[in-house]
Write a protein that binds this ligand. Structure first.
Ligand code: CO
Length: 434
């Protein structure tokens, strides 16, 4: 080779982006950060590579069984992935998913997500780009969010909604307590637990439906036609009542009605569809992307609800979004307090890269959460903005995280159950969905 050519090659190489000359990072250690700064157990996985300062974080939060996810990561996934290349994300996802033989459960999916999202973080940091750039870049500047308004009584719930709206929030989830019961998503009043099990909550589906219709009657009247309203049934009513309820709610023109049915009863979506135009959101309890397939391909829902870590991380979540896109179904990633800030960043990243984005559920971080995690997405005028730093753009103060071990801010039965949820019964004592 003549020396002039060699010189030219040398200059071309020197001018190429740094990434091209970088050796493949190898996974060196996998560790878990278990912390509870805001009263909810959060699990985050940290993957460190053999390259100095190149690491990543992933959300693995299944708050009701958090300790089990920690063990799944430490005892099964870490030994599988340490020593392997960190840059083959899809390949490692398939390897982790198949390595247990019995697969597709919430504990294992969350553990896989912790590593999957950490690998995306690593790839972003290596490329010096936010993850949204690796996925093709933004197709919108920010994500429309909805926030929660609730109250023991209807006027209190509407007052909260007004407060959110005066802060620029354009979509509000409304929930109200029901006298004598423990309602979902709203403070419960003093209630009479079933005599045989005084530690359990009591819930009457019929009373809840009547009360919620009153809430929306007042809500639409007082809050006006413009604000987007949402409601979460949390799969607490039997299917026949769910069909009637969705039909009765049609007049209030919801943005969507969430989890009207439990995953066990999804065949009833066909009946809801045949009876009303109320937009429907479903899926935060599904484990696998394929569980959405019948609902999406038959246009039986309008929004996919996905707890991204529960589905196994960013890698499968993108696939669900793409499947939904082909059928005009939009995204509404799960975003309450039992998603870690890493998970919220993954949500907003998906929001701004998926053409079929619908809406993003939003949780305001408290001061302790921001002490542990820096880089939380910023909310302004009802929209969430992802941060522009490489990877997820989140750093964790591990010393601060250690100040809030599991159990911090928990009391009574909740603490006794190791952060797990309790039991909900009908007034006659029958156990129902949470
Ligand atoms: Co929900």
């Amino acid at each position: 080779m003549d020396s002039r050519l060699r010189r030219r090659e040398f200059f071309a190489l020197a001018a190429a982006p740094l990434l091209r000359g970088m050796p493949t990072p190898i996974i060196k250690t996998v560790s878990v950060i278990a912390t509870e700064p805001a009263g909810v157990r959060l699990v985050v996985v940290k993957v460190q590579t053999d390259q100095d300062g190149l690491y990543g974080y992933g959300c693995a939060t299944f708050t009701q069984r958090a300790d089990l996810v920690v063990e799944a990561v430490n005892r099964y996934l870490a030994p599988l992935v340490v020593g392997r290349p960190a840059d083959a994300i899809e390949d490692l996802w398939q390897a982790m998913y198949n390595s247990s033989y019995w697969r597709n459960g919430p504990v294992l999916n969350n553990a896989i997500s912790g590593i999957d999202q950490a690998l995306w973080d690593i790839k972003g940091r290596q490329a010096n780009m936010p993850v949204y750039q690796l996925l093709g870049g933004k197709c919108r500047r920010a994500a429309l969010i909805y926030a929660h308004a609730s109250g023991r009584e209807i006027p209190e719930a509407l007052e909260q909604a007004r407060k959110l709206m005066s802060n620029g929030i354009k979509a509000v989830r409304l929930q109200v307590g029901v006298p004598g019961m423990a309602a979902y998503g709203a403070p419960g009043g003093p209630h009479n637990p079933p005599q045989a099990s005084p530690q359990d909550a009591v819930f009457d589906p019929e009373a809840y439906v009547r009360r919620t219709l009153e809430l929306f009657e007042a809500g639409r009247k007082e809050l006006g036609p413009q604000v987007e309203l949402l409601h979460d049934v949390h799969e607490r009513v039997p299917p026949r009542l769910a069909v009637q309820f969705a039909k009765d709610m049609e007049q209030f023109r919801l943005f969507y009605l969430e989890d009207a049915l439990s995953p066990e009863n999804i065949d009833y979506f066909r009946q809801i569809r045949a009876n009303c135009t109320t937009p429907l959101a479903m899926g935060e309890l599904f484990n696998n992307p394929r569980e959405w397939t019948p609902l999406i391909k038959d246009s039986l829902i309008d929004y996919i609800r996905v707890h991204v870590s529960q589905a196994g991380g960013l890698t499968p979540a993108r696939q669900i979004a793409a499947l939904a896109e082909a059928f005009q179904v939009r995204t509404a990633w799960h975003g309450p307090g039992d998603v870690s800030p890493i998970g919220h960043c993954a949500n907003v990243t998906l929001d701004i890269v998926c053409p079929n984005f619908g809406i993003q559920e939003w949780t305001m971080p408290n001061d302790r959460l921001l002490e542990v995690f820096s880089g939380y997405p910023v909310m302004k005028d009802g929209y969430a903005y992802v941060n522009e730093k490489p990877g997820w753009g989140i750093e964790i103060d591990e010393k601060a995280a250690a100040k809030y071990p599991f159990g911090s801010f928990e009391e009574g039965e909740h603490k006794k159950r190791n952060g797990g949820w309790g039991v909900v019964r009908k007034p006659d004592g029958t156990v129902i969905n949470q």
